[in-house]
Design a protein around this ligand. Structure first.
Ligand code: HEC
Ligand code: HEC
Ligand code: HEC
Ligand code: HEC
Ligand code: HEC
Ligand code: HEC
Ligand code: HEC
Length: 475
């Protein structure tokens, strides 16, 4: 006990305290919470209550993935396994997503979501920071399994040393937007989600408004096309009619899975017995919150949180090109321009050009505009802007790679190669840049370097068809 307390005091400010520390005083909650999908949503392979079927010859009982000639040691999993799991492996100090995932219902390994379109198993998809942001504790990924206490309760170091209600966040006691923000961190995806000007993506702490650090845009007709739980709920008659009174915590106890009985009691907290015009019995949720089949790992609300009168689970409607900021329906020029660019709306180019004039040093905005310049074949403007971006952020890989491509189109092979080498020094797994480099090296009369580059591609992607083909053609 005593040593643990000292350990807590010695932790640097804002570090994750870890679930074990909270469990010392909140043992019952910690035990209960540990059973949930959220608590088990990531971890080291082999170390979780959920067990995969390990009879597939491609994945050994020690989680060695073997596809053709390529083997990779799977190190971490993402996803509790209620529906399925994705896996991560390490290469050159970086974490990559495995091309195979586990699907729990059929108990089988299959191509990971988003990997289906490659003609070869891909081994260079770097894990997105957002992935870890939602499924782990980003300050200490995988140190605790899954979503930790502090993701909903805020930093607990001071509270653990001197427990009081005043130094820990209780989400249920927050004002509505701050309260909803706690769950929206991870349960509101939208069609565009990005950091606001001069804010870090991970700056949010429970107690804040998420919208202060992150802009989230959703499709305007959410009733038809929303995918995430918070959007769907916001489109429900129940929420529209009661406003802030209804929130995630109305039906979900944060530390445990709820039962159908519990959900029904919550419906009846607002709906009198007999208010169901179908007069249809007790399983309110069975009829009014129906489930989609769950044979994919896609991030969709499986249970229909729009609480419809009559169940209708059709295909999501098409986006009619109207999006809005989730919380207020309004956004400043900069964020509107960003969102329109990310979702590829036609007016994005115009909006970005105006917005960059007002925010000339805004890097994410500049990057969007530079890419739009390219899209509209304004190569000169794109090059000028990428060069400017590299002055403030010399290791920006997007700018290095794209400027390299523009330079080689302009006949400046030497400059292009130098830019790609800079990008590769930052991230050696950028396969597209490495292949372009190999071609440029070959064309500028340096087959030995070209060969070395192609071999470096094969280090990461041993079955890469283009690299293999080009290597075979070289003397
Ligand atoms: C040394 C014991 C101890 C530790 C460690 C501890 N707590 Fe507490 N916690 C308490 C006590 C005691 C209270 C009740 C305080 C009161 O009523 O004034 C409390 C209250 C709370 C509350 C309720 C606040 C409210 O306003 O209703 C939350 C939430 C909470 N703790 C979360 C945590 C989390 C998360 C951790 C780990 C980071 C943690 N606690 C670690 C003892 C502890
Ligand atoms: C840090 C990210 C994060 C936060 C914050 C978060 N969730 Fe989750 N939640 C997840 C993830 C990831 C899953 C999927 C877990 C899995 O792998 O099955 C999940 C699953 C759930 C589930 C399904 C049951 C379960 O436990 O798996 C419910 C219900 C849920 N969350 C409710 C909430 C509510 C209510 C809040 C706010 C009080 C909240 N979540 C906050 C990430 C988060
Ligand atoms: C914005 C937060 C967020 C991001 C980013 C995110 N997830 Fe999820 N993930 C969730 C939530 C919440 C669930 C629970 C179901 C749902 O809401 O769709 C989930 C469910 C899953 C599941 C199914 C777990 C189960 O068995 O129930 C897997 C697997 C998964 N995510 C993998 C990933 C991977 C891999 C990435 C990165 C490429 C990723 N997720 C990015 C929030 C997120
Ligand atoms: C997904 C978000 C989430 C996570 C993760 C979470 N909590 Fe909570 N916790 C809540 C919410 C929401 C409430 C308020 C419940 C209410 O009063 O309706 C709460 C309430 C509490 C309370 C005070 C009320 C009570 O039930 O005694 C304590 C103590 C607490 N949590 C401790 C913990 C500990 C310890 C952990 C980690 C083992 C944890 N929580 C993980 C969301 C979360
Ligand atoms: C916080 C209060 C509240 C809760 C909790 C709640 N509802 Fe509602 N619900 C309402 C209100 C208010 C309306 C709107 C009534 C009206 O428009 O006359 C509504 C409307 C509905 C409708 C009509 C939808 C339509 O499109 O016409 C259905 C069905 C419904 N609720 C079912 C449920 C079920 C099932 C649950 C539990 C899973 C539930 N509600 C939980 C307040 C609530
Ligand atoms: C009116 C009640 C109600 C409200 C409010 C509600 N949920 Fe749910 N939720 C349910 C029911 C019912 C299920 C299905 C549970 C089951 O099958 O065990 C569910 C399931 C889930 C799941 C599991 C994945 C899925 O889609 O089946 C997640 C995640 C979830 N809810 C998140 C949220 C979040 C986040 C909020 C707030 C935006 C929220 N819920 C608000 C009733 C509700
Ligand atoms: C067997 C399926 C079924 C079950 C179970 C069921 N409902 Fe319904 N409910 C319906 C249908 C269908 C309608 C629409 C009837 C209509 O259009 O007039 C409806 C309508 C409603 C409405 C809208 C009433 C209005 O004034 O317009 C509410 C509220 C509602 N149900 C609540 C509930 C609650 C609460 C429960 C659980 C106690 C429940 N329902 C159980 C099928 C069901």
């Amino acid at each position: 006990m005593r040593t643990l307390l000292l350990f807590v005091c010695a932790l640097p400010a804002l570090a994750d305290t870890g679930n074990a520390v909270c469990a010392r005083c909140h043992a019952a909650i910690a035990r209960q919470y540990a059973q949930t999908g959220m608590a088990q949503s990531s971890g080291r392979v082999g170390q979780s209550p959920f067990k995969e079927n390990l009879t597939d010859p491609r994945v050994s009982p020690a989680f060695l993935l073997q596809l053709g000639e390529t083997s990779r040691q799977l190190e971490y999993f993402i996803g509790s396994g209620h529906i399925g799991r994705s896996y991560l492996f390490r290469r050159a100090g970086q974490l990559f997503q495995a091309p195979l995932s586990y699907f729990s219902a059929p108990k089988e390994w299959n191509t990971s979501p988003g990997f289906q379109h490659k003609p070869y198993p891909e081994f260079t998809r770097a894990v997105e920071p957002a992935c870890l942001q939602c499924h782990t504790s980003p300050s200490r990924p995988f140190a605790d399994s899954g979503v930790t206490c502090e993701r909903c309760h805020g930093p607990g170091e001071r509270h653990a040393a001197r427990p009081a209600k005043s130094n820990i966040v209780n989400p249920a006691k927050l004002a509505p937007e701050q309260r909803d923000s706690v769950c929206a961190q991870c349960h509101l995806t939208g069609v565009a989600r990005f950091a606001r000007a001069n804010r870090e993506r991970g700056a949010y702490q429970p107690g804040d408004k998420l919208s202060d650090s992150i802009a989230i845009f959703v499709i305007e007709d959410a009733a038809l096309s929303a995918t995430s739980h918070m959007e769907k709920l916001a489109a429900s008659r129940c929420q529209l009619a009661t406003g802030d009174k209804l929130w995630c915590g109305t039906c979900h106890t944060a530390h445990a899975d709820s039962t159908p009985e519990y959900y029904k009691s919550k419906c009846q907290g607002c709906h009198q017995p007999g208010s169901c015009t179908a007069n249809a019995g007790n399983d309110c949720v069975g009829c009014h919150m129906p489930k989609r089949p769950t044979h994919s790992l896609e991030h969709l609300a499986f249970t229909d949180h729009s609480i419809p009168r009559r169940p209708s689970i059709g295909a999501a409607a098409a986006n009619h090109g109207k999006i809005k900021e989730f919380w207020t329906g309004q956004a400043n020029e900069r964020d509107t321009a960003m969102a329109h660019s990310i979702t590829n709306l036609d007016d994005a180019y115009q909006l970005l050009q105006e917005s960059v004039k007002i925010n000339p040093k805004d890097l994410p905005l500049q990057l969007q505009l530079a890419q739009q310049h390219e899209r509209y074949a304004q190569d000169g403007k794109a090059q000028t802007l990428y060069t400017e971006i590299l002055q403030s952020d010399p290791a920006n890989t997007t700018a290095l790679i794209n400027l390299g491509t523009l330079r080689i189109k302009a006949g400046k092979a030497k400059e292009a190669m130098a830019l790609w080498l800079r990008a590769l020094a930052k991230n050696p797994a950028l396969i597209g840049a490495r292949l372009n480099l190999a071609v440029a090296q070959y064309q500028s009369g340096d087959p030995a370097s070209a060969k070395a580059s192609l071999k470096a591609v094969l280090e990461f992607e041993p079955a890469h068809p283009a690299a293999l083909r080009m290597l075979a053609q070289l003397p």
